[in-house]
Design a protein around this ligand. Sequence first.
Ligand code: SF4
Ligand code: MSK
Length: 681
Amino acid sequence: MAEEKKLKVVKVAKAEKAPKVANAVEASIDKATQEMILRAQELGIETVFDRAVTMKPCNIGMQGTCCKNCAMGPCRLPLPKGGIEGEDTRKGLCGATANTIAARNFIRMVAGGAAAHSDHGRCVAEVFMSVARKESHDYQIKDPDKLLRIAPHFDVATTVEVDGEVKDRELDEIVLEVAEKALGEWGKAEGELYYLKRAPEALYEKWKKYGVLPRNIDREIVEIMHRTHMGVDQDYKNLIKQGTRAAIADGWGGSMLATDLQDVLFGKPYPIQSEANLGVMKEDHVNIIVHGHEPVLSEMIVAAVQSKEMVEYAKSKGAKGIQLSGICCTANEILQRHGIPPAATFLQQELAIITGACDAMVVDIQCIFQNLANVAKCFHTKLITTHPIAKMEQDNVIHIEFDEHHAMEDATRIVKMAIDNFGNRGAEVMIPRHKSSQVAGFGVESIEYHLGGTFRGTFYTLNDNIINGRIRGIAGVVGCNNARTRHNEAHIQVVKELIKNDVIVLTTGCNGIACAMEGLLTPEAAAVYCGPGLAEVCETVGIPPVLHLGSCVDNSRILLAATEVVKAGGLGKDISDLPAAGSAPEWMSEKAISIGHYFVSSGVYTIFGYMMPTSGAPVFHDYLSKELEKMYGGMWDLEPDPIKHAQKMIAHIDKKRVALGIDKARERVLMDMADRQALEA
Ligand code: SF4
Ligand code: MSK
């Protein structure tokens, strides 16, 4: 009924004036997305792609120079046409300069991103604590090995001396002590974050020298909100210093804690085969889609859909089974650990419902369009919010608040609701046939295993191949889609250009899903898309040229992988010495800014596509690149053109190869320990 009503309304509207809609081919490079944009338009259902045509962004906001931090504003300081000549006299009512305003806005974005990642981490730490206290019976410690790996970083002993004999400590004791220390990271009164010492020593010393060692996670975020309040910090250098401290608290704190504790609870990822794109949905199955970021509930949903009871129940309702898939980083979490296929990137979320085959979409936190509720109204889809901090105002949205104390019960209720809804589908289901195979599930440990082997158990082989030039360098390409740019185009062009030039790519987030949709996450892709050196390494070891490391919080895995490369030797003493670069070609979220800034502060050349929200304050904008590079060795850069973007990364990688004296090494040189020591000296 709802669909009929909607269609009628649109027909009337069309007769009066055809609404402006997106051109499907210009909106996305992906065939499934193009088909579904046209399908949505045929049904008269508006999507983000159409709204991007009808609503233009604010130019001054894009430049980062609109301040609304008090009721005397908003004060808008656009860059004059032709740029600034002479002194920059622009100021807000209070006298705030363009640099102050842009820096305040920028670090508020860092605060937003760091808060999102870290609050996610806090939720995981709370579940971890409930497991440690044996208050939650649906979760267990699945990966004691990972627990033992992280415990020493919290100064938690894993052995104990009894009568002069060293014995393994009880696991329960270790879990509880790690849980207490981990939870303390959000609000401890003294000291600094434990994990900072996991960084290369040279990097830790830089942070210390510049006074940016985070004290606790919450404090750094709160301090940003204080400093950016009207009339407080009015020096862009001092403002960005606090932005740096909060970003480090995200990357080496909240995000890294989220990743580690999730690995301990749910198991660390190992390479696993799967598929990607809307074509993973099945017409004759109950389709449940989980969307958002936290794996705490989705882990339970994975268990529930695989239970014999639920599968039988689905069959009793006429379905052949249950197809679980994901969107955004909840998808990446369950992909990495269970091989559950991602159905969609960020920009395809509405399209998943428009297939008409989504029986339930279960959302948790972050990157969820409120318009999902409007789209769901046109279909039978149950849209279920599950998190107390993320509800929707529309009356068709069901809220089932998830609680770790009865996790399996909540998950089963949700799965049952989806099964009961299977019979309510309308006649017109259209699932695009497109999907691709992928091998995902990489992490620091599995890279170590694949590229180092069990004998060495380190990153030596990777380093050797970088030193001998088969692998030119390492790139972290991550981040969102943005409806202001053609969906997936920059992601794919940047990655293809990098691997063509022998740069191995580590991916997370929606870039990972985009690469999977394009078929770049298979070992076979090496022969098709890579330069000869990288192709040879991938073929020998049997890995894809693009390694999927997981979700947004798993960018912390990239930091640790880079640290392992430093430790393995031969490539300098710090992350900033490595032939490495970071990129977010289609970024959109505040989390991307926080990630970008902790990459930069960790010594990584980091380039964004689309735009930087600092361009209206040229002095501050320059400071983010030139001055930060002098301090931390990493810098911000911007390049919207994907090929030039990748080329800038390669130029940086080559610059580092020259500095390391490995620029001429294109022939394979087998290094023995003496060679390595000579290089390290
Ligand atoms: Fe304007 Fe200053 Fe108020 Fe910002 S804080 S809105 S620049 S008066
Ligand atoms: S989901 S933050 S759109 S990567 Fe992590 Fe994708 Fe960006 Fe959300």
